[in-house]
Design a protein around this ligand. Structure first.
Ligand SMILES: [Zn+2]
Length: 139
């Protein structure tokens, strides 16, 4: 099928061997949300979703989104961490503002009332698997 729309390019970058801390920055916000004076990146908004998938969105910006203590982001932690890893992050990379790693964010995202416990447990398991795989392939 061809025609309108645009093609998403898979830009997945291989993960870095060394860990690093990412400079704190602001969360990105799509034009539509800015126009509505919203102050949170909303993963359920299509404009914000585009930003999430945009290869120009940095790991620092994704960590800024993960810091937003609202259900919209906390319940989408698995797609957020997938985007971080897709940009070549080491699974143990940290957010420069909070010093939290993906695993920390994953645990926090299980908080009752804000996050989702089942999703958080799944994410923690998959991140721990990745830690083990990385450890077994690195000398
Ligand atoms: Zn938006």
């Amino acid at each position: 099928m061809s025609g309108g729309g645009f093609t998403l390019v898979d830009f997945t970058v291989p993960s870095r061997d060394n860990t690093m801390t990412h400079e704190p920055t602001e969360a990105p916000l799509c034009d539509e949300c800015q126009a509505k004076d919203l102050c949170f990146f909303d993963p359920t908004c299509s404009g914000c979703q585009d930003l999430l998938l945009d290869s120009n969105t940095t790991i620092s910006q994704l960590f800024a989104v993960m810091r937003q203590w609202v259900p919209q982001t906390q319940r989408n932690m698995s797609s957020l961490s997938r985007e971080v890893l897709r940009r070549g992050a080491n699974v143990n990379d940290r957010d420069g503002l909070t010093d939290l790693s993906l695993l920390h964010f994953a645990c926090k995202s299980g908080a009752a009332g804000v996050g989702n416990i089942d999703a958080a447990v799944n994410l923690v398991n998959s991140l721990l698997n990745k830690v083990c795989i990385d450890a077994s392939t690195t000398k």
